[in-house]
Design a protein around this ligand. Sequence first.
Ligand code: NDP
Ligand code: 2IT
Length: 450
Amino acid sequence: MASKSQTDFSNFVNGLERRNPHENEFVQAVREVAHSVFPLIDSDADYRSAKILERMTEPDRVISFRVSWEDDERNIRVNRAWRVQFNRAIGPYKGGLRFHKSVNQSILKFLGFEQTFKNSLTGLPMGGAKGGSNFNPKGKSAREVMRFCQSFMSELFRHIGSDADVPAGDIGVGAREIGFLFGQYTRLTNEFEGALTGKGLSYGGSPVRKEATGYGAIYFLQCMLAKQDEALEGKRVAISGAGNVALFAAERGLQEGAKVITLSDSGGFIHCKSGLDEEALDAIKTLKLEKRGRLSELSERWKGVEYFDGKAPWGVECDVAAPCATQNELDGDAARTLIDNGLRVVVEGANMPSTDEAIQCFRDEGIVFGPGKAANAGGVAVSGFEQSQNAARLRWSRDDVNARLKSLMQSIHRKCAEEMERDEGIDYVDAANRAGFRKVADAMLAYGVV
Ligand code: NDP
Ligand code: 2IT
């Protein structure tokens, strides 16, 4: 950046921090995008005079509400919940719901902000949003989760709808929770419409939605490797997380010939040097997705699988790291260890899993780095396909959806590659941010001052 631009950028970041005190995750996400797009804004008087970046970094609205519910012991419980409707310039608000004890407004604003650019990259007409609650699903019975979801939706339903705002899953919100939420939505509105995605196949869900984020991340990884004249086959892939994204990234990785050597949950990680086989992965899927168990229960179940309590998987030797658990789970120290151990490529399945320092380490060492906004867009893309199927009242086949997902991930990679050709000094992070930004910014300009 030129020095005038550097000063403008510093002023922008100072203002951002002043306006959003204590919202570290949100500031982190905005700072990264602002850094990438500042040169575009600098060279475009329309963007500058329209205060595009200032407008894009304030959510359209943040809805904050109380969720009261009764637990199995008949105690009254109270949680906080939010829906951050961030940006509607290119389509109805769209983005997941997260139920995790750590959820706060900063985390949901960062997720809603990032979603705006990710959704733009898909090429589908979707704005950006995110929501959720500090409800902790761990240890809760299915009936407790149901009562929580029903109470949550009793407020949320008035703010969403298939042309207004379409939530989906995220951490702690999978098929079961979407079922409870959708059941309550149809009951309250007397409408059967696609106001949520990630639904079960028997009531309007799309084939391949549950696999889409993980599969999409692997398709994106294949594109990044192909650009380096390399292939996924035989590569050692260290994955973190053992949820929806991680397990289906592992499944597709295995199908494409990679060696999936780690998975993790908040308790610790498993390491299998020779790579998990299909039987092992199926058992882990059953344990995590159906029985809601812990990876610690797997120790010594199979030869070659070791469990490490209380640790993240970033100390292992691998070619590819795929963080698929949560934000800021891979820091500078972890990045340096991975690089020392032979890392070549990072593909982010989670949202913002790498800290600023980690990304800087990867940049300094020439590691090929695929940011979440591009690499994990497959989930929301198939959510977009689910909306199309609901609107047309039909269902596409599994093969059809998978083929569309693959081609959409390739098109996101192509958009990034085109940005990198336009400006040789940039990487996938800048490229994804710029490609996502252009479409939203141009729509906002067209609307005038709103
Ligand atoms: P799940 O709830 O299915 O799984 C989350 C996994 O990450 C679990 O194994 C969980 O462990 C682990 N985890 C969560 N929080 C922490 C933490 N603070 N420390 C360590 N481990 C943690 O969520 P998803 O797989 O759906 O989401 C994972 C990531 O992918 C998130 O960043 C999400 O925003 C992102 N994402 C999700 C999409 C989707 O379609 N679901 C789409 C695009 C991105 P434990 O079980 O012990 O809590
Ligand atoms: O972060 C994400 O892209 C998601 N959690 C999926 C959002 C969606 O609407 O499918």
